[in-house]
Write a protein that binds this ligand. Structure first.
Ligand SMILES: *Cc1c(COP(=O)(O)O)cnc(C)c1O
Length: 367
């Protein structure tokens, strides 16, 4: 059969290796790891690879992905990491073992549902320590919710407290921030009269504390996706030297559909582009450029987020519409022809869209 493009090449051996590296470092620091699969949209082989690597739980923000993982026969407890919708209580309690929670009314609804289904549903109390996405803000309110779960909501089991950082508010998971969660956990433990199972200190951004060896004592759980599936942010955004991780886990291949010299400045009366944006163009005269059959429908709104690989240095992504990306190749190191395949590296933003696109053909490789 003819190969179809765009084609997403997923290297399962490298993902497995990244997972093992994360697990080894975290376990040595007394930290249990939940593997979070939403950055790869729960592609089945990625989920299986993550599960086989030995993470303690498998998590996602989306019920669709968790149900898919269940249907794949994943043995680990499943964990919903987006605070749930009231309307999905029945389904979450039915299909998922653990959820992160930030609203007392949702907790009460989950309790009713668990009692009705004759189950014990496990919950984390989510604390907002400044990133300003989900979580209780007031410590008294969070502690009161924990006490209510512990003493009144017998269909629920309070597994621990959790925080998320570095998502909306760009807040760094410093040792001081992590310590705040440890302090909150101590307060909750004093109020309920027992130890919590888990104090969950965040996502891949919190893995920097493991790399630095300065995670405060008491943080014993992390929820890690990006560092396993892409391992991009630690070296690229945070400046860590991480040769122990593979960054070429996901690659997107696209086919060249036009190569031609054209003006760099649009010709005619200008208004807005396909997405309604008034765009600035620079007149650099006639330039050689190519079109590839890959667009915003596939990788999201920002074509410049595609990572140009070293072999293609000198090309410049000019822009894109839904189905086309336009690339300046005037100063490219090599020649391009219609029918050629060009490959890009990926990061979280582009990967999350590409793995979600029905137009993208996935190929799994192992090496
Ligand atoms: C997405 C998410 C994670 C995992 O994030 P990564 O950056 O992929 O490690 C963990 N916790 C919560 C609450 C999330 O929403």
């Amino acid at each position: 059969m003819q190969k179809r493009y765009p084609r997403l090449i997923v290297n399962l051996s490298k993902i497995e290796s990244n997972a093992k590296t994360v697990l080894k470092a975290c376990n040595a620091a007394g930290i249990t790891v939940a593997g979070i699969m939403k950055g790869a949209s729960a592609l089945p082989e990625v989920v299986k690879t993550m599960a086989d690597s030995g993470v303690a739980q498998i998590g996602s923000s989306r019920m669709e992905q968790l149900i898919a993982a269940h249907n794949l026969g994943v043995k680990q407890p499943l964990m919903l990491v987006r605070v749930p919708m009231l309307s999905e209580a029945e389904e979450v309690v039915k299909c998922v073992d653990i959820s992160l929670q930030s609203d007392i009314n949702v907790l009460r609804r989950f309790n009713e549902e668990a009692l009705k289904q004759n189950k014990i549903h496990k919950v984390f109390i989510m604390m907002d320590l400044g990133d300003l996405r989900e979580g209780f803000w007031d410590w008294e309110e969070a502690t009161a919710a924990a006490v209510e779960v512990e003493t009144k909501l017998s269909g629920l089991y309070l597994l621990g407290v959790a925080v998320n950082l570095g998502c909306y508010g760009s807040i760094v998971p410093t040792p001081e921030k992590e310590q705040e969660l440890v302090d909150l956990a101590a307060k909750v433990e004093a109020a309920i009269g027992r130890k919590l199972d888990y104090v969950s200190g965040g996502a891949s951004t919190s893995y920097m504390r493991v790399l630095d060896g300065n995670m405060p004592k008491g943080i014993n759980h992390l929820r890690i996706g990006e560092q396993i599936i892409l391992a991009h942010d630690a070296p690229v955004y945070w400046g860590y030297d991480t040769p122990q991780f593979h960054r070429d886990t996901f690659r997107i291949q696209a086919e060249v559909i036009e190569v031609r010299d054209k003006p760099s400045f649009p010709v005619g009366e200008r208004f807005v582009d396909a997405f309604g944006n008034a765009v600035q163009y620079e007149d650099r005269g006639i330039r050689r450029r190519m079109l590839i059959a890959l667009g915003k429908c596939d990788y999201g709104a920002y074509p410049e987020e595609l990572d140009v690989l070293p072999e293609d240095e000198g090309i410049e992504i000019l822009g894109a519409s839904s189905d086309h990306t336009i690339i300046d190749i005037q100063d490219a190191k090599r020649e391009y022809h219609v029918g050629d395949i060009i490959e890009f590296g990926l990061k979280y933003s582009t990967n999350v869209y590409l793995t979600n696109s029905p137009n993208v053909h996935v190929e799994y490789v192992r090496d």
